[in-house]
Design a protein around this ligand. Structure first.
Ligand code: ZN
Length: 326
C-alpha cells in the first residue's frame, strides 16, 4: 500500500516533468572540434553518447581556414568545443563570438610541453621544453613577456604521447559536461589510450630498425617537429610551420642543395599541403615522390588515414620505405 501510494504520488507530481527529463538525458552531446584529428579522438571517448562534427574537415588546412555562416551555426549548437590550442586556430575567437557559443571549451593540448616555433624541425635535440617553466626565461621572449600561443609549434599530436594527453583532457571535459556518463567516458578513454600506447611502441620499433643516418625526410611544411623529437626522424621543409604561401626561391634552392649534399631521397606531399612545391623539388633533384603523408588532417572515411591511429599506420611505413632509399 505504501508503495502504491508513493507510485501514485510520483506519477501525479512527475507526469509532465519525467518524460522531458528522460528525453534530455537521452539527447547526445553535440561536440564540435576544430579539426578532423580531434573529431576522431572525441568519437573514441564519447562513443554513442555524442554527435561529433568538425569545423575543418578531412584533407583541409586548419592554418588557413576561413569560417563561413554554416560554421557559425554549427558552433552555436555545440555543447562542447574541442580545439588544439597552441595558436593552431587563430580564426576561432572571432568565430566563437559570432556564434555566441555557450559551449564548454576544451584545449586538447593543455599540459603538453610545447615546442618553440624556432626550435622546429632543424633543432637537433636541443629543443626547449616550455611547459610550466617560467623561471629560466624559456617561456618569455627577449622583452620578458610570456610567449603567445602563436610562438609555439601547434602540431603536438604528432607525438602519440601528446595525443594521449589530448584524449585525457577530452575525457575529463566530457565527464564534467555530462557527469551521468562520466564512467563511460573514462572507460572509453582508457581503452583508447591502451591502443595509443601500443601504437607509440610500434612507431618506435619501426623507426628504430632504420640506421640513424638514413632518417631524413623532406615534407611540405614543418608539421613533424614533435614526431622528430619523439621518434628520431629529421624533417626538412621549405614552407615553415604555418603553411602559408609559397616558400621563397632561396629557401627552395637551399633545400634542394641540402638534399643533394646529404643524398636525401625521401620526399613527401602532405594531404593538406601545396603539391606544386614538391613537384618543383622532385623535378630539380630527380627524386621520386614518396607519396602522401597525413599531418594536419585525416583522410575522408574510406581513405588511407581516416583515424588518428590509421594516420600513423599509414605514415610510418611510407616514411620507412622512402628513407631506405636515402
Ligand atoms: Zn600544420
Amino acid at each position: 500500500m505504501k508503495h502504491l501510494l508513493a507510485l501514485c504520488l510520483s506519477l501525479a507530481l512527475g507526469l509532465t516533468a519525467l518524460p522531458a527529463r528522460a528525453e534530455e538525458e537521452r539527447a547526445p552531446l553535440k561536440i564540435v572540434t576544430s579539426f578532423s584529428i580531434l573529431a576522431d579522438m572525441a568519437k573514441n571517448v564519447a562513443g554513442a553518447r555524442a554527435e561529433v562534427t568538425t569545423l575543418v574537415g578531412p584533407d583541409a588546412d586548419a592554418h588557413v581556414f576561413e569560417p563561413g555562416p554554416a560554421h557559425v551555426a554549427q558552433l552555436a549548437e555545440a555543447d562542447v568545443l574541442i580545439i588544439n590550442g597552441l595558436g593552431f586556430e587563430p580564426w576561432l575567437v572571432r568565430l566563437a563570438a559570432s556564434a555566441k557559443s555557450k559551449a564548454k571549451y576544451v584545449t586538447a593540448s593543455f599540459g603538453v610541453n610545447p615546442l618553440d616555433l624556432a626550435a622546429g624541425a632543424h633543432d637537433h635535440g636541443h629543443g626547449h621544453d616550455h611547459g610550466h617553466d617560467h623561471g629560466r626565461g624559456h617561456s618569455h621572449d627577449k622583452d620578458g613577456y610570456p610567449k603567445a600561443p602563436q610562438d609555439f609549434d601547434p602540431h603536438a599530436w604528432q607525438d602519440i604521447r601528446n595525443g594521449i594527453t589530448y584524449v585525457r583532457n577530452i575525457a575529463i571535459a566530457l565527464a564534467e559536461k555530462d557527469p551521468a556518463n562520466a564512467t563511460l567516458y573514462e572507460a572509453n578513454a582508457e581503452s583508447y589510450i591502451t591502443e595509443l600506447k601500443k601504437l607509440d611502441e610500434w612507431v618506435r620499433a619501426e623507426i628504430g630498425r632504420l640506421p640513424k643516418e638514413k632518417r631524413k625526410v623532406i615534407t611540405t611544411h614543418d608539421a613533424f617537429a614533435y614526431f622528430e623529437k619523439a621518434y628520431g626522424v629529421e624533417f626538412l621543409s621549405a614552407a615553415g610551420v604555418g603553411n602559408q604561401g609559397d616558400p621563397s626561391a632561396e629557401a627552395l634552392a637551399r633545400l634542394v642543395d641540402q638534399m643533394r649534399r646529404e643524398k636525401i631521397r625521401a620526399l613527401f606531399m602532405e594531404n593538406m599541403g601545396n603539391p606544386r612545391m614538391m613537384e618543383t623539388i622532385a623535378r630539380e633533384t630527380g627524386v621520386e615522390n614518396g607519396g602522401m603523408l597525413y599531418s594536419d588532417a585525416l583522410s575522408a572515411p574510406g581513405g588511407p588515414a581516416p583515424t588518428y591511429v590509421a594516420m600513423f599506420r599509414h605514415n610510418v611505413p611510407a616514411l620507412i620505405e622512402a628513407m631506405q632509399k636515402n
